[in-house]
Design a protein around this ligand. Structure first.
Ligand SMILES: Nc1ncnc2c1ncn2[C@@H]1O[C@H](COP(=O)(O)OP(=O)(O)OP(=O)(O)O)[C@@H](O)[C@H]1O
Length: 141
């Protein structure tokens, strides 16, 4: 069974989409095994997105990600990483497939409502970024 890290970004929390986003994942058979609401500092956002530090959108993205509360979720299921990304849709909501979270709710390329880990390595790193072993154990069924 695979695990992935998903975030409901500030635009999703601000527009009362927490339930809708979690529903989309649960409907597709992914199980929530850990969850919390928090607000990243600018420094934490920069650390989380460190792989993008050379990209032109790094400053704007990390300002945005630290601009309001987010929800962090650990999702579990078969091929959870790929399935989560499929349910989210393409980075740019304008290019995302019909029925995906980003197509339905995303505002633009940056404010695209959700994040999902892109590989087993990033999932492990990102899960550990937000959750302790104890918090992860608590959700194990
Ligand atoms: N051209 C861009 N302009 C502004 N923001 C962008 C741009 N490209 C990506 N971003 C922001 O940076 C995030 C990470 O970019 P990445 O290319 O890793 O996309 P992703 O893998 O689809 O998204 P995520 O990693 O958040 O699941 C995007 O989700 C988006 O919020």
């Amino acid at each position: 069974m695979e695990r992935t890290l998903s975030l409901i970004k500030p635009d999703g929390v601000a527009r009362n989409l927490i339930g809708e986003v979690i529903r989309s994942f649960e409907k597709a058979g992914l199980r929530v095994v850990a969850l919390k609401m928090l607000r990243l500092t600018k420094e934490e956002a920069k650390e989380f997105y460190i792989v993008h530090k050379e990209r032109p959108f790094y400053e704007s993205l990390t300002d945005y990600m630290s601009s309001g509360p987010i929800v962090a979720l650990v999702l579990e299921g078969e091929k959870a990483i790929a399935r989560c990304r499929e349910i989210m849709g393409a980075t740019d909501p304008a290019e995302a497939a019909e029925g995906t979270i980003r197509k339905t709710f995303g505002l633009d390329k940056e404010k695209n409502t959700v994040h999902g880990s892109d590989s087993p390595e990033s999932a492990a790193r990102e899960i550990a970024f937000f959750f302790s072993e104890r918090e992860l154990l608590a959700g194990t069924r």
